[in-house]
Design a protein around this ligand. Structure first.
Ligand code: FES
Ligand code: FES
Length: 173
């Protein structure tokens, strides 16, 4: 019986971290593999590849999604942000949330940190003053083998307190 061996590729155009990318990809290519292997954006980590651990989380049109559950072709004409695209304010090297993680040792081994950050960014935009329980509930969607959720929660609280200070000083208070 004849076996089909030809590669079937589709062309996709996708905006990644503000830059338009045009690539021919196989329909079965996962978005996580596209980001890591085709674009070299290895900040997006792959743990379970089953949508459970959260390490592969990126933003698609501003919403947190698990890139291991999405095919690259589904990102056609979408806008993506990976951890490499987190914008730091002028004069800083890190996003304030990253600074808070560094300050409070929320980084730990760092493997799941990018996914956690990419989940937190849109969450904190919508909930600028989350309660501790809300932060914990959000983090329950991320499996961290360092088991150090305490420091991550403290980092988020540090960020929330810091953004409050910045908003007040920005008001001229
Ligand atoms: S690698 Fe995607 S959720 Fe675990
Ligand atoms: S920071 Fe190490 S596994 Fe989560």
């Amino acid at each position: 019986m004849a076996v089909e061996t030809g590669r079937q590729e589709k062309e996709i155009v996708v905006e990644v971290n503000g830059r338009q990318q045009r690539r021919a990809v196989e329909p079965r290519l996962l978005l996580s593999d596209f980001l890591r292997h085709e674009l070299g954006l290895t900040g997006t980590h792959v743990g379970c590849e089953h949508g459970v651990c959260g390490a592969c989380t990126v933003l698609m049109d501003g919403q947190a999604v698990r890139s291991c559950l999405i095919f690259a072709v589904q990102a056609h004409q979408r806008s993506l942000t990976t951890v490499e695209g987190l914008e730091a304010p002028a004069g800083r090297q890190l996003h304030p949330l990253q600074e808070a993680f560094r300050e409070k040792h929320g980084l730990q081994c760092g493997f799941c940190t990018p996914g956690i950050l990419m989940t937190l960014v849109p969450f904190l935009q919508e909930n600028p003053r989350p309660a501790k329980e809300e932060i914990r509930r959000l983090l329950s969607g991320h499996l961290c083998r360092c088991t150090g959720y305490l420091k991550i929660v403290e980092a988020v609280q540090e960020y929330v307190a810091g953004s409050g200070r910045e908003a007040r000083s920005g008001d001229g208070a």
